[in-house]
Design a protein. Structure first.
Length: 421
């Protein structure tokens, strides 16, 4: 079993162990409160998941050692945890498809009644609420008397010049014009207000500044957070050829252990406690392998071909990363693509041919046509602790051969230590 195979098995074992630990991990309980239907307020700890989709129930503890109690929107009026305020309500939700390839020709709203927790974006004289459904659809609501009124918006198709054109039912603009009419200049801002959380939050911020009304609660707008740092470690590379040229295909190339280092920029996406991110890297990596191939008939008639490949790349890696906290640690998995650009290249062939009594030695390029761009895919797993991370990563790439009849491939295994600034 070669080093690559041994390390692959080690990586799979590591993933299995960490996944088992993840399965045993407990909830993330943060200080918070719930208000019951009786208006009694219970202070304690709420299992907070920084929900991307509105929760349909929560788990609550009076203290960190007690057993959790589950509450749904029927049980409580509202709850607050980690700066987020949710209120229970019976609402109408728009259930028409939102994906462009599934739109229909009906501009009218298609609603159903649901009972849920609405996330509060603004609470005051004028209030704004948000609901994201399991299918990714988003609805916004305003407070009307004791209930919640859906701000109506729908994308649909219509025929124009014989073609299907996506258009919008934007009745929410009229609703907001009436709702916020004690600000005389609100209509000037409505023209550029889209049916998106960021845009609606900006509108309500303008309203409260215009009307000089008091805000009792405002949800802080979440933004993409960027972390940067450095990476350093080792790579283990193997090279293979297939299809043609026996002196390459049948050569037994050694595995190359080398130093790798680089920088990264991790774009952490909002919600889900920052579990999802887009990780972009610039990574320096290199390898050097050599192999030999012999054609032997007898001691007077044989040839020995030796080839050497030495490549240095600057890799641009783009990865989607998911991480999950386990106490003070975070377990993460990532996958993506790598684009390697050659910054140094050596490909060499030496062929010694014996035709007794003559001996001929030829030295030349092993490959006349090589590509300067290597494309590959990446998968990896690791642990993050405070500013430090340790990752095991596998890369499969298409090597350097630019011949249609000769394919090349590189397999790399990285062990990388990271530090975040």
């Amino acid at each position: 079993m070669n080093k690559i195979e041994r390390l692959k098995k080690f990586g799979l074992l590591l993933i299995g162990m960490l996944t088992f630990q993840l399965a045993l991990s407990q909830g993330n309980y943060f200080p918070g409160y719930v208000i019951k239907k009786s208006t009694d307020t219970l202070y304690g700890y709420i299992d907070y998941r920084n929900w991307d989709q509105n929760p349909d129930k929560i788990n609550f503890k009076t203290n960190t050692e007690s057993n959790p109690i589950s509450f749904n929107p029927i049980d409580i009026i509202e709850f607050k945890v980690d700066g987020e305020l949710y209120v229970s309500g019976i609402i109408k939700t728009e259930v028409s498809p939102t994906q462009t390839n599934r739109l229909n020709y009906n501009p009218r709203m298609n609603t159903k009644v649901d009972t849920t927790f609405l996330q509060t974006l603004f609470r005051g004289e004028k209030s704004l609420y948000y609901y994201k459904k399991y299918d990714g659809g988003r609805n916004f609501y305003i407070k009307e008397n004791s209930g919640f009124k859906l701000l109506t918006y729908k994308r649909y198709l219509k025929q124009q010049d014989g073609k299907d054109v996506v258009t919008e039912n934007r009745n929410y603009l009229g609703q907001l014009s009436l709702y916020l009419n004690d600000c005389e200049t609100i209509n000037s801002k409505l023209e550029n207000t889209s049916y998106k959380q960021k845009s609606l939050i900006k509108l309500f911020e303008y309203y409260y500044e215009c009307s000089q009304s008091d805000v009792s609660f405002q949800k802080e707008l979440e933004k993409i957070h960027v972390e940067s740092g450095i990476l350093a470690g080792a790579s283990l590379t193997s090279l293979k050829f297939s299809d043609a040229l026996p002196y390459l295909v049948e050569a037994d190339y050694n595995e190359s252990i080398n130093f790798s280092a680089g920088i990264f920029f991790d774009f952490i996406l909002p919600r889900n406690q920052g579990r999802w991110s887009i990780n972009n890297e610039v990574l320096y990596t290199t390898y050097e392998v050599n192999g030999s191939y012999e054609e032997y008939q007898n001691e007077n008639f044989y040839s020995l071909t030796t080839t050497v490949f030495e490549y240095t790349y600057l890799k641009i890696n783009n990865l989607v990363r998911f991480k999950n906290p386990i106490g003070h640690l975070s377990l993460f998995f990532n996958g993506g693509i790598s684009n390697g650009f050659v910054i140094n290249e050596k490909n060499y062939k030496k062929e010694v041919s014996v035709f007794y009594p003559e001996e001929r030695v030829v030295e030349e390029l092993a490959l006349n046509d090589t590509r300067k761009h290597e494309l590959g895919f990446l998968i990896g797993t690791g642990l993050k602790y405070n500013r430090y991370s340790l990752e095991v990563r596998y890369e499969k790439a298409n090597g350097m051969s630019d011949y249609a009849t000769l394919s090349s491939s590189t397999d790399r295994l990285y062990v990388l230590l990271g530090f975040r600034f």
